[in-house]
Structures are given as C-alpha cells and as structure tokens.
Write a protein that binds this ligand. Structure first.
Ligand SMILES: Cc1ncc(COP(=O)(O)O)c(C=O)c1O
Length: 408
C-alpha cells in the first residue's frame, strides 16, 4: 500500500478516512506465530478493543486466531463475525455478575479478575471452567494510564490473595482451567515479560487442573522509522524454553496464549486527513486538519506519537509544523514536527492508526465518525461507511415543549 494507493483511497472514499493494510496484519500475525513455533499448543487471541471492525475480526478468524474480549458486546461482535465461542476469551474488569453469566451462556471462556465475582460465579455455576486473572505486581508499560499490573492497579487478583482464591475454588467446587495476566501496554523490555512470567508460573503451580496459561500482551511497536520495539523473536526463544520446562514440571502440556492488540494492527493503519488551513502565528505554523481528537484521541489522551507525512507532496522540502485538529479545545496531534511542505488541501497520513484509533473515536462536536477501508490483495474494500446526519440523530427522542406547555 503506497502513497499513490492512499491518495486514491482518500479521493474515492473522502477524508478523513482510516485505512488498514491486511498484508501488514497478516505479516505481524505470522511473525508472532513463528516466534513461538516451538510451542506445541499456541493460541493468539486478538484483542478486539484495539480495532473491532467485523471484517478485521473475520480476517483474524480466517488466519486461525481467537479473540480476547472485554465486554459482552465485543463477545457478540466476535460471534457475529463467525468466531467459534470456544476461541473467545472474555476478560472484563469490574462488570456485573449478570454480564459474566451472559457471556458464559454464549459458551465463551470466562476470565475473572476479582474474588467477589469469583465466589458468586463459582457458587452458582461450579460446572463452568474459569480462568483467573492475577495481578503480578509488576510495574510495566509505556505510560501510567496503560500500566495495569502494578500494586495500585484495579486489575487482577493479587498474587498475595492466591490462598484465598484457592479456598473459594475448594468451597465452591469450581474448576480453574487457566491463569492469565496482562501487565500493561507498550512494554519494551523482554526481561519485564520474563520476570512477570515467572510470577505467573509460580501462581499456576498452585492450581491442579489448568489447560492454558495466558501471558496477555503489551508488546511495544515502533512509532517511527528505526524506533525500538519489543524483540518478539528473542522473547519467543526465551519464553518457549521456560514454558516447556514449566509444562514438564507441571506434568501436562498446556496451551500458551497471548492477546495482542497493538502488535497485530497498530502499524497496519493509516489515518488520512485533509489540511483545511495553514495558519502562521507569531510562534508557529499550524496545519489545521479536517479531524481532531474525536477521531484520534491517543496523542491528547496519553501522549502517543504518530508519524505524519504529507503524501500529497512526499518529496517536498521538510519544514516545521504544529498539526492540530478542529475541536473546540486544545487538540494537538503533533507540535513542532518536521513534515514535507504543506499546502491547504494536501492529504496528511498519520501512522500507527490501526490500534485504539477508530475504536476510541467519538461524535464529540457532533462530527461524523470516518469510514474504514481495508486494503486487501491490492484492492480497497470499504468496511465501514462514513456516518451521516441520521446516525447522529439515531436514538434521540425529541421532547415537544410546545405541546407540553399547552397541556399545562
Ligand atoms: C486484558 C488486555 N489484554 C490485551 C490488551 C491488548 O494490549 P496491546 O494492545 O498493548 O497489545 C489489553 C489492552 O488494554 C488488555 O487490557
């Protein structure tokens, strides 16, 4: 998918628009599979929250992946996409017992991360096998908002509560078939993964009927050319060895599971916007685009970096710009960034727009959410239409104040 392809897509489907390169998704999936090729039973559960378009889920299903879901709606979308319930894991946080029961009814693997629900669910449904999410108390992740395995985090059952967990299991007669952890996102250092894995192994030893160990995700992807990323191949080698040793001592061949979002889809996505205005102020040159944090919240939300290129002038001389959106608040995509010279009407391409981009988009400022396009085998496929004015009004109920006033 080159710049000319992207320009044609912007021309055909309008702007702003998200574009996903299926080839890159497939490449990343195969890369992970090959890093862990020596694990006999490997399961990659794609984290739906990163990008939940049905066609993307169908692509993962086609590749043989399962799904990691965090809401009953994600479970339902996964099933709608044709994924077998046995290949879906439901890992919610702080949801009601009813929502977990609903998911269990649909036949997906339940993953519980607190003792209160574990006890209630176990007492009512001891026959349903459950995975538990532990909190390994490891500080990891590229930003405090995405570090979720530390002692102050709301996620997981503390490893210090394993004796209590075991008591609940014994008292309810439930069956724990998996142990899961997810320590954060954007973790670069594989030693952090390996360290947390040792804690997972230590916890797993205490459960006798396990079928799988789920190491979560959090792999760091590159955000610019030459950027550092998690060394998946080295992690594959080292963790495979430790996992095999663990299975030997545990006395059973377990499945090793991961649930990446970013690693699989981040780099595959481009977000294309048009420059509405070039505004020179006393201190900077703003490129104001036809989008904002309503469509790509990550830079404002947790300071993420997205490479920006002017694909209408890719050979142009580089100059410094602040790229900003049209939202009525500070809405900065990039400050003082070197970009190929920009004119009004040019199309800019934001990189790493596959994960947590459309899925975090909103209608703030009553703007439409943009369309999504999947680039597959050299062709552009529209996989979500641009919203319309009807979509903005959908579900709204208009109160007729004139009528109410006349009744009084
Ligand atoms: C439980 C769980 N699993 C997997 C993921 C995916 O993480 P990433 O996109 O960093 O791979 C997340 C992200 O928030 C998560 O909370």
């Amino acid at each position: 998918m080159n710049n000319q392809d992207l320009l044609r897509i912007a021309e055909e489907f309008g702007d702003p628009v998200y574009v996903y390169d299926a080839e890159k998704i497939i490449f990343q999936y195969n890369r992970l599979i090959s890093a862990f090729k020596d694990v006999e039973n490997l399961r990659i559960n794609y984290a739906v929250k990163a990008l939940s378009n049905m066609s993307v889920l169908r692509l993962f299903n086609h590749l043989g992946a399962g799904l990691d879901t965090v809401s009953i709606q994600e479970v339902q979308i996964g099933l709608e996409a044709g994924v077998d319930p046995s290949k879906i894991i439901f890992t919610p946080n702080g949801v009601s017992l009813e929502e977990i029961e609903q998911a269990a009814e649909l036949g997906v693997q339940i993953n519980i991360d607190n003792l209160s629900i574990l006890e209630q669910f176990g007492a009512k449904h001891p026959e349903v096998p459950v995975c538990i999410r532990i909190n390994p108390h490891v500080m990891a992740g590229g930003n405090t908002n995405i570090s979720v395995g530390h002692i102050d985090s709301k996620f997981g059952i503390s490893i210090h509560q394993i004796p209590h967990t075991l008591r609940i299991v014994e008292n309810t007669g439930m069956n724990i078939n998996g142990i899961h952890m997810h320590t954060g996102s954007d973790i670069l250092d594989i030693d952090v993964f390996l360290y947390a894995s040792e804690i997972l192994f230590e916890s797993a030893k205490q459960f006798k009927d396990l079928e799988f160990l789920d190491f979560g995700s959090g792999f760091k992807v590159p955000y610019k050319e030459g950027d550092i990323e998690t060394n998946i191949e080295e992690l594959g080698q080292k963790l495979t060895k430790r996992f095999k040793d663990f299975c030997k001592s545990y006395g059973r061949k377990l499945t090793l599971a991961f649930e990446p979002g970013k690693f699989l889809v981040s780099e595959a996505g481009k977000f294309l916007v048009k420059v509405n205005v070039i505004k020179q102020t006393t201190s900077t040159v703003f490129a104001q685009v036809d989008s904002g944090f309503n469509h790509l919240i990550r830079p404002m939300f947790y300071g993420s970096r997205h490479e920006i290129h002017n694909i209408s002038n890719s050979q142009g001389r580089e100059r410094f710009y602040s790229v900003v959106g049209y939202i009525c608040e500070t809405d900065t995509f990039a400050s003082n960034r070197k970009i190929e010279e920009i004119k009004e009407g040019d199309i800019l391409s934001f990189s790493n727009a596959g994960a947590y981009s459309f899925s975090m988009a909103s209608n703030y400022n009553s703007r439409f959410r943009p369309p999504e396009v999947l680039w597959y085998e050299g062709k552009a496929h529209l996989i979500r239409e641009r919203e319309t004015f009807e979509d903005l009004l959908k579900g709204q109920v208009a109160v007729d104040f004139e009528k109410l006033a006349s009744v009084e």
